[in-house]
Design a protein around this ligand. Structure first.
Ligand code: SAH
Ligand code: SF4
Ligand code: F3S
Length: 439
């Protein structure tokens, strides 16, 4: 019997899908590479923007035909979209061929639900079951990297964002659990660990034990052996000097920070409830660059938040030019039901949003190109992460700062550290050749 998982959304979901895979393998299913071959198909969903949701509903709709051809196919919808209010009921009425609906915190019910579904019993449950997240065998799919949750949920309530509603309040995992998982991963041969949280910097705030994110970084940084530690996402309001110092103190902790700014306008940042100003943000960038001169900083930016004027948008462009991100994920604001921004005045027309996102992308592209050009001729340590399927015998991996590089070698190199001389750059893409490798 085979399973196929469609994963939408962020790394949180990518990692949840590894837990889903672990549960299904425990039920004697094996991974397969297409929906057509599957006996069970899982949609691990995202609802961060309307476009994400529309795509998912389209894919769930396409199941109808597959189910007609294979009535024993089990269909599961879980994740952030199904956790939204009213969505489980909507699926029940509009997509009756879906067998199982679960939310973001009750994956531990999946096993039982699948057993029921085999007996043609439907199972819809999106109850919030706090702290049920950790007890899974995982089937990891991202070697040499391994994802590790450190905190779940979010307390920040940025006014545009659905995440706090579908992922619940912030819950940190005990530090000993995180450390044990990381140590085991290193014993298993993983070469990179990425700590995951909506706001890693507030790690520990909700725990009895007096721990902080900086303390966690120190504990992991001290571990023996050659590996890389990354983490995401950092909220600018909570990224403190002790975290920057911890990154600087250990060679294993990558000088790479994902620091979503969202907007360069103080008025918009205030309306977004981000709790920092552009001045605070610039100060933070200065502090980071002072301690970590080779750091790669990436970001998320949104255009077309309600009330965003031309001047506000110009402030965003100005910030992007000044910060010099190595890359930026740029989004068009999408109205999410149940969030405060949904009912704000002055929603921005689509044509304006479209023009702004085009200009923002062009602006960041210039910055990326400039950084890429400056890297040509230099040699960087790269962890070989996987194949670039567009080219034969070509692998890719990242520099410590997080830039993706392509180079010739075969798959036996995956998981090795190599030194790569950068030979050419086409805006976002770097090409190089291996000049030396670890013994
Ligand atoms: N916890 C992370 C982000 C999680 S969501 C943080 O606080 O930075 C990832 C990104 O999606 C956000 O940074 C934001 O840029 C974007 N996003 C969130 N809600 C959105 C919305 N309603 N419309 C468009 N983009 C959105
Ligand atoms: Fe959403 Fe803000 Fe929480 Fe990030 S910090 S998940 S953008 S509410
Ligand atoms: Fe991630 Fe989407 Fe949920 S971005 S937390 S999968 S809403």
């Amino acid at each position: 019997m085979n399973y196929f998982i469609h994963t939408y959304g962020c790394q949180m979901n990518v990692h949840d899908s590894e837990k889903i895979a672990g549960i299904l393998e425990g039920l004697a299913y094996s991974a397969c590479d297409s929906v057509e071959k599957a006996d069970i198909v899982v949609f691990n969903t995202c609802c961060i923007r309307e476009t994400a949701e529309q795509k998912i509903y389209g894919h769930i709709g396409a199941l109808k035909k597959l189910k007609r051809n294979n009535p024993n196919l089990i269909a599961v919808v879980c994740g952030c979209m199904s956790q939204q209010e009213g969505v489980a009921d909507k699926i029940k009425s509009s997509y009756p061929y879906v067998d199982i609906v679960l939310g973001t915190t009750n994956l531990n019910l999946l096993e039982r639900a699948v057993v029921d579904a085999r007996k043609k019993k439907k199972y819809y449950n999106v109850d919030f079951l706090q702290y049920s997240e950790e007890d899974f065998n995982q089937t990891r799919t991202s070697f040499p990297n391994a994802w590790v949750n450190i905190n779940y949920g979010c307390n920040n309530f940025c006014t545009y964002c659905i995440v706090p509603y579908v992922r619940g309040r912030e819950r940190s995992r005990p530090m000993s659990d995180v450390l044990n998982e990381v140590k085991q991963l290193l014993r298993d041969g993983y070469k990179e660990v990425t700590l995951l949280g909506q706001n890693v910097n507030s790690y520990g705030h909700d725990l009895q034990e007096p721990v902080t994110f900086a303390m966690l970084l120190h504990e992991i940084g001290k571990l023996e052996g050659k590996f890389r530690l990354r983490f995401m996402t950092s909220h600018p309001k909570d990224l403190s000097q002790d975290v920057i110092d911890a990154i600087a103190a250990y060679p294993n902790i990558c000088d790479n920070i994902h620091l979503p700014v969202q907007s360069g306008s103080n008025e918009i940042l205030r309306k977004m409830n981000r709790r920092y100003t552009r001045e605070n943000y610039f100060e933070l960038i200065d502090k980071i660059r002072k301690s970590l001169p080779h750091v790669g900083i990436t970001t998320d930016i949104m255009v077309g938040f309600p009330g965003e004027t031309d001047d506000d948008f110009e402030d965003t462009l100005d910030l992007v030019r000044r910060v010099k991100y190595s890359s930026a994920f740029c989004f068009v604001y999408s109205r999410r039901k149940g969030t405060p921004a949904y009912s704000m005045d002055n929603q921005i027309p689509y044509a304006v949003k479209k023009e702004r996102i085009t200009r923002l992308l062009a602006c960041q592209n210039e910055v990326t190109k400039e950084i890429s050009k400056s890297m040509v001729g230099n040699t960087y340590e790269v962890l070989v992460e996987g194949a670039n399927f567009h080219y034969q015998n070509t692998m890719c991996g990242r520099t410590e700062s997080g830039r993706l590089v392509n180079f010739k070698c075969d798959e036996t190199y995956i998981g090795k550290f190599v030194s790569v001389l950068i030979e050419r750059a086409s805006s976002a893409t770097l090409w190089g050749r291996i000049v030396s490798e670890e013994k």
